[in-house]
Design a protein around this ligand. Sequence first.
Ligand SMILES: [Zn+2]
Length: 333
Amino acid sequence: MKKSIGIYSFLAAFSGLVLLSCGDGKTPDKPKPTAPPTQTVQKEYVAPPDFNADSAFNQIKKQVSFGPRIPNTEAQKKCADWLANTLRKYTKDVIVQEAVVTAHTGEQLPMYNIMARFKPESSNRILLCAHWDTRPFADMDKSDKKARFDGADDGGSGTAVLLEIARIISETPPEAGIDIVLFDVEDYGTNEGGTDSYCLGSQYWGKNPPVAGYFAKYGILLDMVGAKGARFAKEGYSMQVAPSVVEKVWSTAARLGYGDIFTQELAPAVTDDHYFVRKYTGIPCIDIINYGKHNNENGFGPHWHTRNDNLSNIDKNILKAVGHTVLDVIYNE
Ligand SMILES: [Zn+2]
């Protein structure tokens, strides 16, 4: 994904609004609604099952073992089959959405979006998503910008966390229905290609939902959630379309002791799959992404789109923080 300057201007306005409302100490004149306390049903807290970071790490290792999962390579097809078969161990409702998409270069690329559904009959649904493809070149690498790279973090980590979550919810189903979607062809874009040259898999999925009338209350996208030193600022587009979901996830993380990883920074918007999910389905979707001021060079970190995006840069504690937080949220829906 890339930074989106267009949406940043909205964020600037948004931040201004936040500051203004914080500075206004006046009590509003409107009468407050007076619901008796007996009408408030407080759900009992559900402690989620343990998130196994070793298992998630192994799922990254397995993905990396196929080679870079670049569209139109053998590794792409092999990994797609493995992802679908892995998810079929956890639910019988797995949909592989196969199509050919056109890149900004004019190339025709095979695409495999993989969707796993849990309790498909439930109308109380949460969408969890990540992209699983690898960028075709390490264009941020200092010495070899055409090199291929492992994508352990970029693509691998979010996918691995969701595979581990799928395993857990197959064993101990939460009350809510969960849909896990692994998007393909997210990272084939370039600045020259424009915003729409990214996220071709989620754009296709949003325009052609594989489940008729698909709906979820909200979505959570995981992107680059495994690197050493990762921090998750509150990303701008997430704050625009689903601030209450951001607050829910970030306050959960803080309660679980991950407040140093899920920070209070307000970061600019990023063009990522959550943007297209919202654009084409209307489902408000947030992005948990290693992005912010702590990554001094470009916001995404020194390993981003370089050959250093490999297993040696993955920290199980970060995988744990994300997996544990997301589990806590979905078990209490
Ligand atoms: Zn990327």
